[in-house]
Design a protein around this ligand. Structure first.
Ligand code: ATP
Length: 491
C-alpha cells in the first residue's frame, strides 16, 4: 500500500489499512475469500462493539421511552410473507453493456438509470429476491424453507405486543434492536459499504396516529446540509439550514422525522464524526414505498461520493396491519380513554454498523507529516484500546509499577502493556490504531508516585498521581474534562 501523504484515503486503501492493523479481514481469505463477507480482527471487534455499545447507551439506556430486543436470525417464514419480503423484496440485476460493471437497481429505475461507472446503458439480467434461503430441519421431506432475515425490523413488529406488555410501555415509545441481516447482493463492493452479511441498528418508534412529537425543543440549532425533492429536480445542490427551520418551512414534513434526524446528528457528533460530510436527502416519489408519505436518508460523502449512510422511513401502520392480518393476532393498543388503535411508525431510523464504521474510520484517518505515521483520531469512546502502558525502560522497578497499573485498569477497559521498542515506536504503534492515551512510568514515577499521560492528537503530556489515574482516565474517555486540565501539564 502506498503511504498516503494527505488525510484522504480511498476505500480500497482503507480496506488494506484495516487488514494490516487487524481491524477487518476478507472472510476466509486463506481460501481466496468470499465476496461480500468480512471478518473482524482483534481491533475491529473492539471498535464495532464500542460503536454498538455507545448507540445502545444513547438510544436505550438514556431514554425512558425505548427498550431493546434481540430477535432470531431465522424465524417463521410467515413473518416474511406478512412483511411482503417474499413477494415484493425485489432487486433488478444489471450489467453495463459498455464496461461490464455489475450492479443492482430498483424496478422503477429500469430504462432510466445508466451505469454509475461509465454512463453506459444497462442490460437487465433479471429480477431476483435478495433473501438467502435455507432449510430448517435436517430430515429431507420434513424440513421447511426458511430465510436468513434481510432486516432486523420485522421481529420488532412481530414481538410488538409482548414487548409493550412486558415493559409496560405507553405511546409514544420505541423498540430498538442491533443484529445481523443478510442480503444476497448482486455486486457487493466498496469494503463494508455493501456486503452480503451486515449488522443493523434499528429503532421502530410507535405513536398514536397523528400524534405530535413532544420533543421538538431538543432539536439543536446546528445547521445541516439538506437536499429535498425540489433541489434534486432542479439540480440546485444541497442547502445549509437548521433542522427546526426545515420543519417550519415544511421542507421536512413530519415533526418525528425532524426529531429523529436531529438525534442522529447529535449522536454522530458525540462520536466524533465530521458533520460537514453529512447531508440529508429526501426520497423522490418513485423511490418511496407505497405506504410511505415521506422518507429521508442521511448521506455521507464517502470517497466514492455521497451515498446512503442510513434511512428514516415512514412505515405508517403497514407492518402491524400486515402481521395482524397474517397472524390473526390483535396488534391494537388500548388508549387511556378505552379507544383501540393500531400504532403508527412514521419514522424508522435504520443504520448499518458497517457503514457507520466506515464513516468513523474515514473521518479519523490522518497522516501526520511531522510524526511520519498515521494517527487514527477516533473518539476515545470508540477507540479499540483505551490506553497503552509503558515502563520507560525494561527494569524491574518500572515494570512492577506498570504491571500494577495495567492490572488495575484492565478491570474496566481494554488496555495494553507494552515494553518493547523505543518510546517513540511505542507511541507510533498506538497512534496508528487510535489509542487515545499512553501512560509512561519514568524515573520521577518512582519517587512521586505519578505517571505521564500523553494525548494522541496533540502529543501533549500531563502528570497525574497513580491514585487518581482511574478517575482521570474515565473523565477523559467520556469527554468530561479537557486534557490540559486533567493533570499538571508537562512543559
Ligand atoms: P441500499 O439502497 O444502499 O441497498 P437500502 O435502502 O436497501 O440500502 P435499507 O433497507 O434502508 O437499505 O437498510 C437500512 C440500512 O442498512 C442502510 O441505510 C445501510 O446502512 C444498511 N445496509 C443495507 N444494506 C446493506 C448492505 N448490503 N451492506 C451494508 N449495509 C447495508
Amino acid at each position: 500500500m502506498k503511504e498516503k501523504k494527505e488525510n484522504a484515503i480511498s476505500i480500497e486503501d482503507l480496506a488494506i489499512f484495516c487488514k494490516k492493523k487487524g481491524f477487518v479481514y476478507p472472510s476466509g481469505e486463506i481460501y481466496g475469500g468470499l465476496a461480500g463477507f468480512w471478518d473482524f480482527g482483534p481491533l475491529g471487534v473492539e471498535l464495532s462493539n464500542n460503536l454498538k455499545k455507545e448507540w445502545w447507551k444513547f438510544n436505550v439506556y438514556q431514554r425512558e421511552d425505548l427498550v431493546g430486543i434481540d430477535g432470531s436470525i431465522i424465524t417463521s417464514p410467515k413473518v416474511w410473507e406478512a412483511s411482503g419480503h417474499v413477494e415484493n423484496f425485489v432487486d433488478v440485476a444489471v450489467v453495463c453493456k459498455k464496461c461490464g460493471y455489475k450492479s443492482k437497481i430498483d424496478k422503477h429505475e429500469i430504462g432510466i438509470t445508466s451505469c454509475e461507472k461509465c454512463g453506459g446503458e444497462y442490460e437487465v439480467k433479471g429480477e431476483f429476491n435478495p433473501m438467502f434461503i435455507t432449510e430448517v430441519g435436517p430430515i429431507k421431506g420434513d424440513s421447511i424453507k426458511a430465510y436468513l432475515r434481510p432486516e432486523t425490523a420485522q421481529l420488532i413488529f412481530a414481538n410488538f405486543k409482548y414487548v409493550q406488555d412486558n415493559a409496560r410501555m405507553k405511546l409514544p415509545f420505541g423498540i430498538a434492536q442491533i443484529g445481523k441481516a443478510f442480503r444476497n447482493e448482486v455486486s457487493p463492493r466498496e469494503f463494508l459499504f455493501r456486503t452480503r452479511e451486515f449488522e443493523q441498528m434499528e429503532i421502530e418508534y410507535f405513536i398514536e396516529p397523528k400524534q405530535k412529537c413532544p420533543y421538538l425543543k431538543e432539536i439543536g440549532t446546528k445547521e445541516i446540509f439538506i437536499l429535498d425533492k425540489k433541489m434534486q429536480d432542479s439540480n440546485e445542490g444541497s442547502k445549509k439550514i437548521k433542522i427546526i427551520d426545515a420543519l417550519k418551512k415544511k421542507i421536512i414534513k413530519k415533526d418525528w422525522h425532524a426529531y429523529w434526524i436531529s438525534k442522529y446528528f447529535e449522536w454522530f457528533d458525540l462520536m466524533g464524526a465530521d458533520l460537514n460530510k453529512f447531508r440529508i436527502r429526501q426520497h423522490l416519489s418513485k423511490e418511496k414505498s407505497h405506504y410511505s408519505e415521506d422518507t429521508w436518508d442521511i448521506e455521507y460523502n464517502f470517497p466514492m461520493g455521497y451515498r446512503e449512510l442510513m434511512g428514516f422511513a415512514d412505515r405508517g401502520d403497514f407492518d402491524l396491519k400486515q402481521h395482524q392480518e397474517y397472524s390473526k393476532k390483535n396488534m391494537e393498543l388500548s388508549l387511556d380513554d378505552g379507544k383501540k388503535i393500531l400504532p403508527h411508525v412514521v419514522c424508522e431510523p435504520s443504520l448499518g454498523v458497517g457503514r457507520a464504521l466506515l464513516v468513523f474510520l474515514l473521518d479519523a484517518y490522518h497522516y501526520d507529516e511531522k510524526r511520519k505515521n498515521v494517527v487514527l483520531k477516533l473518539s476515545p469512546k470508540l477507540s479499540p484500546i483505551k490506553t497503552a502502558i509503558f515502563p520507560i525502560v525494561k527494569k524491574p522497578e518500572f515494570e512492577i509499577i506498570a504491571q500494577k497499573i495495567f492490572d488495575d485498569l484492565k478491570k474496566e477497559w481494554n488496555v495494553v502493556y507494552d515494553k518493547s521498542g523505543s518510546i517513540g515506536r511505542r507511541y507510533a504503534r498506538n497512534d496508528e490504531i487510535g489509542t487515545p492515551y499512553c501512560i509512561t512510568i519514568d524515573g520521577d514515577s518512582l519517587e512521586n508516585k505519578d505517571i505521564t499521560i500523553r494525548d494522541r492528537d496533540t502529543t501533549k503530556q500531563i502528570r497525574v498521581k497513580v491514585s487518581e489515574l482511574k478517575n482521570v482516565l474515565r473523565e477523559l474517555i467520556n469527554s468530561e474534562i479537557e486534557f490540559e486540565k486533567a493533570g499538571e501539564l508537562v512543559k
